[in-house]
Design a protein. Structure first.
Length: 114
């Protein structure tokens, strides 16, 4: 079992930056692909970025960068040039196969004021 706890969300003005953190406990993340997702009000949850143990990463938003610290068992999402439409609850999740995500955090709210 993997427990994931996100932090770093909050209220920021458009154009600003935030760094989200996802701390894992229970197991090492070495076997897991880690992903960040967002869910905007009234919309489906969608993937933002994912990263493998090796550090190979995919980001679907050019303004966002995913990284991981394998020693600290923590994954980060650096979000720059934030826009109003980035407002959402952001979740981190862990996957063994990179497709189905087995473990989820509780989410952290990001609100961007225009």
């Amino acid at each position: 079992q993997v427990q994931l706890v996100e932090s770093g969300g909050g209220l920021v003005q458009a154009g600003g930056s935030l760094r989200l953190s996802c701390a894992a406990s229970g197991r090492t993340l070495s076997n897991y692909v880690m992903g960040w997702f967002l869910q905007a009000p009234g919309k489906e949850r969608e993937i933002v970025a994912a990263i493998r143990w090796s550090g190979a990463d995919t980001s679907l938003k050019g303004r966002f960068t995913i990284s991981r610290d394998n020693v600290k068992n923590t994954v980060y999402l650096q979000m720059n040039s934030l826009k109003f439409e980035d407002t959402a609850v952001y979740y981190c999740a862990a996957s063994l196969d990179g497709n189905h995500y087995d473990f989820w955090g509780q989410g952290t709210q990001v609100t961007v004021s225009s």
